[in-house]
Design a protein around this ligand. Structure first.
Ligand code: PLP
Length: 350
């Protein structure tokens, strides 16, 4: 606290990102990064962009990348908004589309950035409890609200909600924006982007950080009705006109041009996820069904916090949340086969 702080800053409760330890040789399974690197075509595209043109500002509209993403998802470029990571896109959504004098609804167990944006922009948030099996119940989203947001698959549970249930939430809220945060959609779910032409209240956000192995590049986007995209552009152009630099624009475009690499990485994560799930189940864990690149698991007798600590002592970092309902769970990112073997051995040793 300092006399120079604004009252708002004084009350802020910032998001705490998963730790990025500086030690070498760690088995780092705590922040849902992709264990397989980005496509070599992404590296080439970024290298080709490393030249004198860096003295010039990038395209503020990211026209070329928006066209690529729109083509990939069969929508128009006017339905695509780009941001510096999907976190930035989400921030603009909260500011531009959720201020309607009623609370924004999101699950009680979910991405912990949502309440942070509520605090930053002074928006009331209201948590909606997941069921006993940690599922979203669409009927619970039939109540007055200023907007709805949930990840699909949800984080940190990994549980996926079928599109028919997403539609039920959209139909119950025709006058409010419903945001589906699809950070993990490529690991087995079906994207709601196919629904945007039917629902003017639907906004879908995605990121290149997870399935496309580009967490370090910071590129995310939203797809929805042009009216929603226009709101986001108004916020963006009142904040930072150039959120994506030249390297990010070039690298992200190349990522969409190497479908084979993308599929190979996703398939690799999915098959390892199934292998790790069976191994942990045979070691006495309950593992929630996951369609993400991580699993959420609790042991029948061992405490979550002690397991996380015991793994850390062996150089294996997983995420543990000291929060109601989930304090016995570990969120474990799916790593390379070797990292996953180390995890399974580490747990066996405990
Ligand atoms: C990782 C993640 C994001 C944000 O990713 P960016 O790196 O900012 O694009 C958004 N939502 C959820 C649920 C995530 O797990």
């Amino acid at each position: 606290m300092s006399k120079f702080w604004s009252p708002l800053v004084n009350d802020l409760v910032p998001y705490v990102p998963g730790e990025q330890p500086k030690m070498a040789n760690l088995v780092k399974l705590n922040t849902n990064e992709n264990p397989f690197g980005p496509s070599p075509k992404v590296i080439e595209a970024i290298q080709a962009e490393l030249n004198d043109s860096l003295r010039l500002y990038p395209d503020p509209e990211g026209e070329s990348l928006r066209q690529t993403i729109a083509g990939y998802h069969n929508v128009n470029p006017e339905q695509v908004f780009l941001g510096n990571g999907s976190d930035e896109v989400l921030a603009h959504i909260f500011y531009g589309l959720f201020q309607h004098g009623a609370p924004v609804l999101f699950p009680d167990v979910t991405y912990s950035f949502y309440p942070v944006y509520c605090g930053l922009y002074n928006i009331e948030g209201k948590t909606v409890p997941l069921t006993d099996t940690f599922e979203i119940n669409p009927a619970d989203y039939r109540q007055p609200n200023g907007g709805v947001i949930f990840p699909n698959p949800n984080a940190p549970t990994g549980r996926y909600l079928g599109l028919e249930h997403v539609e039920a939430i959209l139909q119950a809220n025709p006058d409010r924006v419903v945001v589906v945060d699809e950070a993990y959609i490529d690991f087995g779910g079906e994207s709601a982007i196919t629904l945007v032409d039917n629902y003017p209240n639907l906004l879908v956000s995605q990121t290149l950080s997870k399935a496309r192995s580009l967490a370090g590049l910071r590129v995310g986007f939203a797809v929805g009705h042009p009216d929603l995209i226009e709101a986001l552009n108004r916020v963006k152009n009142s904040f930072n006109s150039y959120p994506l630099d030249r390297l990010a624009l070039a690298g992200a475009k190349a990522a969409y041009e190497d479908e084979a690499w993308f599929r190979k990485c996703c398939d690799g994560v999915i098959s390892e996820r199934e292998r790790v799930t069976s191994a942990l189940e045979s070691l006495g864990f309950e593992v929630l069904p996951s369609k993400a690149n991580f699993i959420f698991a609790r042991h029948k007798t061992q405490a979550g916090e002690a397991l996380a600590k015991g793994l850390r002592e062996q150089g294996i970092i997983v995420r543990h949340f000291n929060k109601p309902r989930i304090s016995e769970f570990l969120r474990i990112t799916i790593g390379t086969p070797e990292q996953n073997d180390a995890l399974i051995e580490g747990i066996r040793a405990l």
